[in-house]
Write a protein that binds this ligand. Sequence first.
Ligand SMILES: [Zn+2]
Length: 220
Amino acid sequence: MVTGYLAGFEPAMREALAEAARCGADVPVGAVVLDQAGQIIGRGHNQRESGADPTAHAEMLLLREAAQRFGAWRLGDATLYVTKEPCLMCAGAMIAARIKRLVYGARDPKNLTLEAVIDGALATTGTAPRGAGLVQAVQRAVYVRTVEALLTLAADKSTASEVRAVTQAKLVEIRRRADSRSATDAYLAHRIDLYLSDPAKFAPAEPIEAPPGMPIGEDE
Ligand SMILES: [Zn+2]
């Protein structure tokens, strides 16, 4: 039982939880989207495993369903309820659909999420990024994630040699273009140098939201 301000969210969150219960072998995540009048206009539950689809998150399926039903991609004025904090893909899709308000249940400390980006910025700069600053912080966080993924791929002994060669060439290029005035670039250049100096000993970063001391969210 939830009381106070949060109580208003409970009925819709219960619907989202009911969706999550339909996930079967998939990680249980459910979502519903309500129009201004409070009517449910879309539902979705995670089907990544069952659908063998990396984009089949609850929110993505729900946005597609609602948009198809209305024959319009713009879902403005809608409120989306999801049982778990959305990932950046879903957050991006919500922005694209012009979703006005998001309500989510549990936080997701393991994955790169908007809150992780904001927390990273708060930790390094003491202020929360907003607007264009937030978009920049997200872009930087995704960029760091991408380069770390390349490093992991290059360092993985089971990676095919041709793939490793292409990946390594990409890393060398990223290193060459690194702008020393950018704290993010400096961090990545350091990571790439570590890898290049001894690929066999290189330890990929833990797949966490932001590597320690990663300067996301600061002005560069
Ligand atoms: Zn997602």
